[in-house]
Design a protein around this ligand. Structure first.
Ligand SMILES: CC(C)(COP(=O)(O)OP(=O)(O)OC[C@H]1O[C@@H](n2cnc3c(N)ncnc32)[C@H](O)[C@@H]1OP(=O)(O)O)[C@@H](O)C(=O)NCCC(=O)NCCS
Length: 303
């Protein structure tokens, strides 16, 4: 007899974690090597798994950032089990555990975003995925004079951690320290922070190697107060990846908000190849966040 069980997972659920990574990789989402472990380090990750006769076949997450804001993601069902109602069952079980009268955001495939309208989701803007070639991008970035306007790239060890966490909270819009401490120090991650002449943080960027390491890297977030700060960050980050990165590929993917014209322009200058778009959808309008400083989002799965 078929037994379908849905439950919330923690960082000890190895088979569920593996299922999510493998399914994302099979969908060519290029998950980072330790992305799921990082999501699970959030204060309230809300990741649910559906198990058919004890084997994971589907997942969903409703990450709680505060009592008024959640991010929905990781909505996956293994291909052979799709269209049989399992996805809907997992979604309905998980959403009952949150206060769904509050704002929920997600990045959705535009064709599927339409279906989510029954839950109150509306599209706010589009988010474009770009594939950047490290070597090509560095040719452009190296031509920019160094020490632009007193901006200097630093590694995280040279920076006050509290100041970096505060910068992220201000730009992201919500405190996510537990998640971020894991994200910045995950295996295969590279992080650079940019400071101005007063040593104030004016941006940071984090890239991580893909779960399928030959695929290259995922970049996010790329938060910066200015276009110059974003370029200083990327130059330092890409140089470090070329020297110390563990992937044989020079491909880096990033998701940029279409509404941020500086970010779009930067992708053009870096010869980024536009691959596809996701719709940024929310149920109660636009959440907090300094979106003009979002040159690249953290990850569609977590906001
Ligand atoms: C999206 C996905 C998780 C749905 O799982 P599933 O088990 O196939 O879904 P169900 O069988 O429960 O759904 C039945 C129907 O309801 C729709 N549906 C499923 N979940 C839904 C939800 N939460 N809200 C509204 N509609 C939903 C399905 O699209 C399907 O519609 P259709 O009959 O017109 O095709 C699955 O198709 C999948 O893994 N797709 C690939 C990954 C992906 O695109 N994820 C979503 C990113 S936005």
């Amino acid at each position: 007899m078929e037994e379908f069980n849905i439950h919330e997972i923690t960082s000890i659920d190895a088979s569920a974690i593996l299922f999510i990574k493998e399914t994302m990789a099979s969908l060519e989402c290029r998950p980072g090597l330790e992305d799921v472990e990082c999501f699970l380090a959030s204060d309230h990750p809300g990741i649910y798994i559906g198990e058919l006769n004890g084997t994971p076949i589907g997942s969903v997450s409703f990450t709680k950032y505060c009592s008024t804001y959640y991010s929905f993601g990781l909505y996956l069902v293994e291909e052979i089990y799709r269209g049989k109602g399992y996805g809907m069952q997992i979604f309905n079980t998980a959403i009952k555990e949150i206060d769904s009268s509050q704002n929920i955001s997600a990045y959705a495939v535009p064709s599927i975003a339409k279906k989510y309208e029954i839950h109150g989701f509306r599209t706010q803007w589009l988010c474009s995925n770009y594939d950047i070639n490290l070597t090509k991008a560095l040719e452009f970035l190296k031509a920019i004079p160094s020490n632009q306007n007193g901006l200097t790239a630093k590694s995280t060890t040279e920076i006050d951690q509290e100041a970096l966490l505060s910068y992220d909270t201000a730009v992201f819009g919500y405190q996510r320290n537990s998640f971020l401490m894991k994200w910045l120090h995950a295996k295969g991650s590279h992080v650079k922070v940019v400071v101005n002449s007063e040593r104030t943080i004016v941006g940071y960027a984090a890239a991580r190697v893909a779960y399928l390491q030959h695929e290259g890297y995922r970049l996010g977030p790329l938060f910066a107060d200015s276009d110059e700060a974003a370029k200083v960050l990327l130059k330092a980050l890409f140089e470090e990846i070329l020297c110390n990165g563990i992937s044989t590929s020079h491909s880096v993917t990033i998701f940029c908000l279409k509404r941020n014209s500086n970010s779009m322009e930067l992708m053009e200058q870096l010869h980024g190849k536009h691959t596809f778009d996701l719709a940024y959808i929310t149920t109660k309008g636009v959440p907090n966040g300094c979106f003009d400083k979002w040159f690249g989002i953290t990850s569609p799965e977590i906001g």
